[in-house]
Structures are given as structure tokens and as C-alpha cells.
Design a protein around this ligand. Structure first.
Ligand SMILES: *Cc1c(COP(=O)(O)O)cnc(C)c1O
Length: 393
């Protein structure tokens, strides 16, 4: 294999060397339990609080409103299950969308089994939630609205501020899964009417297994992980000092580089989109052209399976993601692509390419060349494509 091109940054990112160096002492020398009362540990607890403070500042929140978890999935679970439990006297209705990450969708399904009712909002052909539809779905027994900040598959950025405003006008709590937006877009929880927010370190060049959960002060929420009194008694488990301190470093770097990085990625992404749409026929872009994450491109190529295309890219040293989820050996088209109205057969032919600020124009050129050849090759084997072409003649 020649050169490895990593275009799956929405799945995870590399830990930056500066982040790794920041974490290292907390494995080697300062390995104490931050909850212990001797000085050896006390210093570490102080560093953890500093990390909490800087992440809070990044979100426009207060230090005591930030909690650390094991990842975006736990934060999402905590938001839904914690609010469902604490507010079940007030009502048992939750509103979310059809395009959420499975950390939200499968948790919502779990709650449905336990007596809650969930409304899954539709989105339009670009993946946007309609604020009027949200408003119409709110009932007197609605206790929580959870809508993702930006979609992990198609990159569409939701009108979070407006959706949050509607929630608040009706006295309903508003949670957002901001895992894909955190560190990529400016977020202010107060200005954007956000009551709870989930984020994850490994999507922004931090370590895997560290999540951030913002909860507005005064909101009642039940614990998800019971045990010791860590995280102000709300989330048990020995503090992951190295991970938390590394996360704060990753956030600090993301904040400093955000503007430059966004401009760089967007330019490269637009170049990728233009080349693909121009050079590969019967192809569509998924997600909005403008209101999308700066590093996200997602296409459907007709007459092929995204999974096969992903394998061909892999053989050429390119890491990408196909939208399909392999459940019990069968390929299910992505729930997000179905929600934006792609027919099943077209949704199956999807590929997501997510760049980083280390991606080069050369990487993109190589990728488009491989894509062109691979799509052609796969279509050459498709009886549907052959029939389609014959009909055109
Ligand atoms: C990755 C991701 C998650 C899950 O985060 P983990 O830290 O991997 O558990 C949740 N939501 C979205 C939108 C994601 O992209």
C-alpha cells in the first residue's frame, strides 16, 4: 500500500501530539486518584477543575455546569434517561428527530419500552428540521426536546438557536447532541438556548473514551452511573484525569484553530464536491450545500453499493465510510438518507468523506481519481446500470 489517506474524521480523529504530551505525565508520574485527600492527588484534582473551567468557558457555560463522562454516547444516554426519570411526573413525551445518532435513537427506543412516548420529527430533503413542525409537536406532557447540532452523516447544521427558542417558549428542556459541532463551530449555550449538550473528545483530536456533558444550573436530572461522589455526586467513577486534561488541551487547540481550519477545510471540501459531481455521472450530494460541516462530503452514486465502493477505496489506501449499517449480515441503507427522501437503492450507494486540516489537495485529487475508476468498475458489473444505459440509447 502506497500512501494512506484518512477521510473518516467524523468517525474519529488522531490524537494531536500536543494533546498526547499533555496527558502523558498523568499516566507516568501523577497517577494518583484525584478524589484522595493527600497532596499527591490534590494537585491533580486542581488540574481537572482547570480543565473543566476552560471547557466551560469555550461553551459560554459555568464551571459547575460541565460534567465528564465516558463519551458522546454516555452523555446522550444521560440526557434522555436522566431527564425521563426526573420529569416523569410532569409528562412522558419526548421529541427528537429521525436523523439522530444511534446513541439518541436507541436510547429513545429503550424509553419507549418503559412507557415513554417519542415523536421523531421528519427533516426536509437537505436534512433540516422545520421549526414549525417542532412547535406543532410540543404537547403539555412534553418534557424534553433533543435535536442534534450537526448531522454526523450528511453534515447538515440545524437551526439550533431557533429550535431552542421554541422549546423554551413552551417551557420544555432542550438538549443537543453537539458531538460533530463541538470544536468545529462556535457554540454559546446561553445565546443558543441550550439546556444540555453532549460532546466527545475523540472527534476533536482528543482521547477516546472522554465525553463532555453540559447541564444548565438548576436542572434536575437523575444519575446514569451510580456509585461514588465524583462529578458533584452526579456521575460516579474514578476521575479520568489524563483523559479530561487531554480533552481540555484538544478543546484549547480546536478553539485557536477553528476559524483558519474551517476556511481551509471548506475550500478543499468544495473542490472535492465540485470534482465528484462534475466527473462522476448519476451522483448526488447529500446534505445542504451551504449549511454543512466544513469537513463533510457525502454522495450517493447510483447503481452501486457504498459498501463495495468503500472496500475498493480501502484497497487503494483511502479510509472512508459507507452510510450503510451492517445488521445481521444484511446491508441496511442509512436511516439519515432515507429520512431525507433518498430511495432505498440510491441510499445504499452512499459514501461519506470527512476531511481534516491535515488533508491536502493531492489527497483529494487521488481520492477523486480512485472514486472515478471504482465507480466505473462497479457500474460495469451492475445489470441495473447496463439496463439503464441500454434504455438511454
Ligand atoms: C460519534 C458520535 C457520537 C458518539 O460519541 P462517542 O464518544 O463515540 O460515544 C454521538 N453522536 C454523534 C453525532 C456522533 O458523531
Amino acid at each position: 500500500m502506497e500512501q494512506f489517506i484518512y477521510l473518516d474524521n467524523a468517525a474519529t480523529t488522531k490524537v494531536l501530539p500536543e494533546v498526547f504530551e499533555t496527558m502523558k505525565p498523568y499516566f507516568e508520574e501523577q497517577y494518583g486518584n484525584p478524589s484522595s485527600s493527600y497532596m499527591f492527588s490534590g494537585k491533580i484534582a486542581g488540574k481537572v477543575e482547570k480543565a473543566r473551567e476552560s471547557i466551560a468557558k469555550f461553551l459560554g457555560a459555568k464551571r459547575e455546569e460541565i460534567y465528564f463522562t465516558s463519551g458522546g454516547s454516555e452523555s446522550d444516554n444521560w440526557a434522555l434517561k436522566g431527564i425521563a426519570d426526573a420529569y416523569s411526573d410532569k409528562g412522558k413525551h419526548i421529541i427528537t428527530t429521525k436523523i439522530e445518532h444511534h446513541a439518541i435513537l436507541n436510547t429513545a427506543e429503550f424509553l419507549e419500552k418503559h412507557g415513554f412516548e417519542v415523536t421523531y420529527l421528519n427533516v426536509d430533503e437537505n436534512g433540516f428540521v422545520n421549526p414549525a413542525e417542532l412547535e406543532a409537536a410540543i404537547r403539555p406532557d412534553t418534557i424534553l426536546i433533543s435535536i442534534m447540532f450537526a448531522n454526523n452523516e450528511i453534515g447538515t447544521i440545524e437551526p439550533i438557536k431557533e429550535l431552542g427558542r421554541i422549546a423554551h417558549e413552551h417551557g420544555v428542556l432542550f438538549h443537543t447532541d453537539a458531538v460533530q459541532a463541538f470544536g468545529h463551530l462556535p457554540i454559546d449555550v446561553n445565546e443558543m438556548n441550550i439546556d444540555m449538550l453532549s460532546a466527545s473528545a475523540h472527534k476533536i483530536n482528543g482521547p477516546k473514551g472522554v465525553g463532555v456533558f453540559y447541564i444548565r444550573k438548576g436542572i434536575e436530572i437523575s444519575s446514569l452511573i451510580h456509585g461514588g461522589a465524583q462529578e458533584r455526586g452526579r456521575r460516579a467513577g474514578t476521575t479520568n484525569a489524563a483523559g479530561i486534561i487531554g480533552t481540555a488541551k484538544a478543546v484549547e487547540i480546536a478553539a485557536t484553530r477553528m476559524e483558519k481550519r474551517t476556511i481551509y477545510e471548506r475550500k478543499l471540501r468544495d473542490y472535492l464536491i465540485e470534482r465528484v459531481l462534475k466527473e462522476i455521472p448519476y451522483t448526488v450530494l447529500n446534505g445542504d450545500r451551504e449549511m454543512r460541516l466544513s469537513n463533510n462530503a457525502n454522495f450517493c452514486f447510483r447503481f452501486i453499493e457504498g459498501e463495495s465502493l468503500m472496500i475498493l477505496l480501502d484497497l487503494s489506501g483511502i479510509a472512508a465510510s459507507s452510510g450503510s449499517a451492517c445488521t445481521s449480515g444484511a446491508l441496511d441503507p442509512s436511516h439519515v438518507l432515507l429520512a431525507i427522501g433518498r430511495p432505498k437503492d440510491i441510499a445504499r450507494g452512499s459514501i461519506r468523506l470527512t476531511l481534516s486540516d491535515e488533508t491536502t489537495k493531492d489527497d483529494i485529487d487521488k481520492t477523486v481519481d480512485v472514486l472515478k475508476k471504482s465507480v466505473e468498475r462497479l457500474r460495469g458489473m451492475s445489470p441495473f446500470y447496463e439496463a439503464f444505459i441500454n434504455k438511454q440509447k
